[in-house]
Write a protein that binds this ligand. Sequence first.
Ligand SMILES: C[S@@+](CC[C@H](N)C(=O)[O-])C[C@H]1O[C@@H](n2cnc3c(N)ncnc32)[C@H](O)[C@@H]1O
Length: 290
Amino acid sequence: MLKRFVSPGRLIALGPARLVTPRRLRPPYQIADCALSPAKGPFVSNYEKLFQQRGSAYDRAMQDFPDARREEFLQVISAAKLEPGMRVLDVPAGGGYLRSHLPEGCQWVGHEPCSAFTNHGSVAGQDTDLLPLPFAAGTFDAVISLAGIHHLEDKAAFFSECHRVLKPGGVLALSDVAEGSAIARFLDGFVGAHNSTGHRGLYLNAATGHRLAEAGFSIEACSTTPFHWRFASRGDLGTFCRGLFDVIGASLDAVADAVADQLGIDVLPGGICAMRWSLLTIRARKLANS
Ligand SMILES: C[S@@+](CC[C@H](N)C(=O)[O-])C[C@H]1O[C@@H](n2cnc3c(N)ncnc32)[C@H](O)[C@@H]1O
């Protein structure tokens, strides 16, 4: 189980009880964050191709069910401890879904490198590179990265860019799937076997804490956060998940059954069909003098 460590001034391991001192973190560092699980299904290894294929189905699901992931957005926003007047970078932003959940008075800026996520608006997005981030150093009070970097191999480069674009004292709120979690098994298992691209995640693990510390962040909080994706019916749940994950090889009912078996579905007051989901959420701060 992933544990929570808060230790200002020291480097943090996110895995089983292990604090790591700077001396033990000299290069060479482990590059890949975790071993890849065997691919089931038609795995697309190139990220750009993967999301060009899946991005518009994902975006359509998000447009059709804009409130389904509300709790997920609110938990990472809460971790970022935003205040009115803050300038917030959302990266990778997908179709900008986080924006409408930000507290009033915050300025949202999104960076999404894949146009397939942004074609719903009147202006189509442009394909670009994720990195380097196209912003000057010290631009943002906070960077939020939600459910984005589990396909990114070079997390060190991403963290380093987040650090660069933050103001001194700024916060990176990172929320993504934890290695070894039920969510990771569901994505690499059922989803990977039935969607259009296959799925192999490079999930958050102990190495994530090392990479953040090397980039110049101090980790203030780290915890597994459970929440629900909410739907009016089981059919809506199946429709959303089928679109979001681009499941082409299983029916709506089969998707809902897999969710119920592997993750759990709660029925909330009002008959709300609430699918269990959870992410590892980290608040990391750029040191004021860096
Ligand atoms: C699951 S979507 C998440 C989007 C949005 N943050 C959300 O919560 O809905 C994954 C995002 O990660 C981006 N992404 C994933 N891997 C990437 C990589 N290796 N390089 C660039 N972008 C990547 C995709 O473009 C996409 O926006």
